[in-house]
Write a protein that binds this ligand. Structure first.
Ligand code: CA
Length: 625
């Protein structure tokens, strides 16, 4: 069912304006936000939503029917439901009010379809929530749009999809397992518009302070991993950020359908997840610090070249000690700044060229060292979770975020290298303006930033078995071999890789790069296509990894390898752009400005990668246990 993304320019593409709103109710106890996106495949958006905190009415509708009729159905039903509640909310009990509103919506769609041949058979799903107060809510639904409730860190589905298959399961005709593979899995048994008076499921439940209610269309849960939903809704981020992250997760998962999310939050008066992490979480971590050092030592960290020339005590204090403190302070402050700084210092000291160590440290050593520090941290989180599952869950989210940020910091260091190359170029130009770039062009390629799949430069890492390398190769190969409309993308990707790893210098590189991107000068605007092409190419490779027949742990490692390769490729390609800009003397002064943007771009690319990895990790964890 899931599809890889098409050759769309950006994931933000929308066919019609994205409707969104933040509204607070009069007593400020309820916050809500809604967001809808056309997705990556569909031409139009047939989803609609309602966020009306004054009425306390929220809904998501997902229309269906040919020739834009789905669009008409969801819009019409939404307007009728909204108006019905507005008109009658003073004289009807909330539960009957919501049910009657949905039925009025259905009748309107039904009669509209009856009177118009091109709209025959159109319909819409709906999931609606009425907040009667900050502590009571009513949910009504028809179809397969869903409501979830996040309570105490766990996200629970509270609606049952009205599909033909689901009815068969309820009747005991088929099992849940058979339902998963059933050809009519997505065929609805009920919708608004099929009959004037559809059967509406209505439920009332008590809401606790801090609860979050998520309403969404199948474009969300069909494309984002279940654990990604849990992670994002449970993150404690603001409702608008959560909605944006949810949409992003669905798009990253293929975005094969319109995707809509409405999030309703009641203000917490009891300790929030954030407060728990800041208090008990930070303390639990700090109490583990001695075990953490032991775990780092047990993994042979001090044998790493990173610790060369240091006593064991100094090395442990410098790396494990500082990271341990950084994690503690970040937990305490709900920030990620300390881990960011730690990772940046560590990577900078190791990778950057100095007078003593001309070429800096190599990437695999840094990666292996970081992996030891991170694995040991994860072991501590597991131990905390074994003692207190709830606390462990919250701490794992907080530490997971900090470690993601650490990866971003490394990404920014790699970009710093590009800046260094640029400065070298400037110096050389200043000294010898008549020989542009003569000594500088090859310099970038001396750095070990080339993808490890190159036979001339294999990855030196004991963790990479030939089986894993083979798996990575076959994933990349399968991605490259696709002959659909993504062919152009593959060509771009391969050309980029060739360019990034080329031994050619100066004018050749410049000409090849200019041809590839169809630009004559390298400026801010020409850097974007590099990242876009790379980002899309990586999504391909990732999709292929999903299809590989491997153990979950091996899949994760394959994923990590592709990430490393991609990171190198991003850096190398960025270097090509900077290199290519060099011969154009007059553009040199602009490069600094371009690099500021480059840093931002790289960070964005890295954060997208991190999200993807996170989704992938949770998806495989779910699939394989
Ligand atoms: Ca849909």
């Amino acid at each position: 069912m899931k599809k890889a993304s098409p050759d769309a320019n950006t994931v933000e593409t929308v066919a019609r304006p994205v409707v969104q709103s933040v509204v607070s109710s009069s007593d400020n106890k309820i916050q809500a936000f809604g967001l809808s996106n056309v997705g990556l495949i569909r031409q139009g958006n047939e989803d609609t939503f309602i966020v009306d905190s004054q009425l306390g009415l929220y809904a998501v509708l997902d229309g269906m029917g040919g020739a834009n009729a789905g669009d008409v159905a969801s819009q019409l039903a939404s307007e009728v439901i909204h108006q019905f509640v507005r008109d009658r909310n003073r004289d009807m009990a909330p539960k009957s009010l919501l049910k009657a509103a949905l039925q009025a919506g259905s009748a309107a769609v039904y009669y509209e379809a009856e009177g118009n041949l091109s709209r025959k058979g159109m319909g819409t799903t709906v999931v609606a929530c009425m907040m009667i107060s900050a502590s009571r809510a009513i949910i009504a639904h028809v179809g397969d749009s869903r409501a979830y409730v996040l309570r105490e860190g766990a996200l629970k589905l509270i609606t049952r999809d009205h599909t033909v298959v689901d009815e068969l399961v309820l009747r005991g005709s088929i099992t849940e397992e058979e339902a998963e593979r059933h050809p009519y899995k997505n065929v609805l048994s009920r919708n608004l518009g099929a009959k004037p008076e559809p059967i509406v499921d209505v439920q009332e439940f008590s809401v606790q302070p801090g609860d979050r209610i998520l309403l969404c269309s199948d474009g969300l849960y069909g494309y984002a991993a279940a654990d990604a939903l849990q992670y994002i809704v449970g993150s404690g981020d603001r409702v608008d950020d959560v909605c944006a992250d949810l949409i992003d997760a669905a798009l990253r998962g293929g975005g094969g359908d319109n995707v809509t999310a409405v999030l309703i939050e009641t203000t917490a008066v009891t300790p929030t997840a954030t407060a728990i992490v800041r208090g008990s979480g930070a303390i639990a971590w700090w109490q583990k610090r001695h075990q953490y050092f032991e775990a780092v030592l047990a993994r042979g960290f001090t044998d790493s070249a990173l610790c060369h020339g240091m006593t064991e005590k100094d090395a442990m204090a410098l790396y494990a000690g500082n990271l341990c403190q950084a994690i503690f302070h970040d937990l305490e402050k709900s920030s990620a700044f300390n881990v960011w700084t730690f990772a940046q210092n560590m990577a900078h000291a190791w990778l950057t060229t100095t007078t003593d160590r001309r070429h800096g440290g190599d990437w695999p050593t840094l990666r292996a060292g970081l992996d030891i520090l991170i694995d040991a941290a994860k072991q501590m989180v597991d131990e905390i979770a074994a003692a207190d599952a709830q606390l462990g869950f919250l701490v794992s989210i907080a530490i997971g975020r900090a470690l993601t940020v650490a990866e971003l910091a490394i990404g920014s260091i790699l970009t710093e290298r590009v800046r260094e190359v640029e400065e070298q170029l400037v110096t050389i130009f200043a000294a010898a303006p008549t020989a542009p770039g003569a000594d500088a062009t090859g310099r970038f390629h001396e750095q070990a930033t080339i993808p490890f799949l190159r036979n001339s430069m294999p990855m030196v890492n004991a963790d990479v078995t030939s089986v894993l390398l083979g798996a990575v190769r076959s994933a990349l190969h399968a991605a490259a071999a696709r002959s659909t409309n993504k062919e152009q993308l593959q060509k771009t990707y391969l050309a980029l890789e060739a360019l990034a790893t080329s031994a050619a210098t100066g004018a050749d590189v410049l000409a090849a790069a200019q041809e590839l991107f169809g630009v004559h000068t390298f400026d801010d605007a020409s850097i974007s296509p590099v990242f876009e092409a790379l980002d899309r190419a990586r999504m391909f490779a990732t999709t292929e990894v999903h299809a590989l027949e491997l153990q979950a742990a091996d899949k994760l490692r394959v994923m990590r390898l592709i990430s490393v390769a991609h990171q190198r490729l991003v850096t190398a390609a960025a270097g090509v752009v900077v290199d290519s800009a060099a011969p154009a003397n007059e553009r040199l002064q602009d490069t600094k400005q371009a690099n500021a943007m480059l840093r931002e771009q790289l960070q964005r690319a890295e954060s997208k990668r991190a999200l993807l990895e996170r989704q992938f990790a949770t998806a495989t964890a779910t699939t394989h246990g």
